[in-house]
Design a protein around this ligand. Structure first.
Ligand SMILES: CC(=O)Nc1ccn([C@H]2C[C@H](O)[C@@H](CO)O2)c(=O)n1
Length: 108
């Protein structure tokens, strides 16, 4: 069964809405997004909807293989990205790179 919703920490909302952040790296509980599918996006903290994304790809990756290319698409340095991932997923080495496209922004 493919997933149809995802949450992000509020602190990443602006980067997603501006198009600066075009991928996220998750553990295997969030690997089942279907490329081409439409996903509703809310904040983790308040479950507040803020946009719609189209999934482009889902690819397995080892933590040790994360590179500057992934960091750039997260709008972070590689060391900042690795620190964020270590905080969220301590001691998990098998991860998934989920690439997406912003298709609908929040209308104020
Ligand atoms: C519940 C949960 O895990 N939520 C997450 C997980 C990851 N992110 C962001 C943080 C980084 O930018 C990438 C790397 O995992 O994805 C998130 O916003 N919320």
């Amino acid at each position: 069964m493919s997933l149809t919703a995802i949450t992000f920490f509020e602190r990443f909302e602006a980067d997603i809405l501006s198009g600066k952040k075009t991928l996220t790296i998750r553990d295997d509980t969030e690997k089942d997004f279907l490329p081409g599918s439409i996903v509703q996006v809310s904040t983790y903290e308040q479950n507040r909807w803020f946009c719609v994304l189209k999934i482009e790809s889902v690819e397995a990756i080892l933590f040790s293989d994360l590179s500057d290319i992934h960091a750039k698409q997260e709008n972070m340095t590689l060391s900042a990205l690795k620190n964020v991932i270590k905080e969220i997923y301590p001691s998990i080495s098998h991860l998934y790179v989920i690439s997406y496209k912003l298709i609908k922004e929040k209308v104020l």
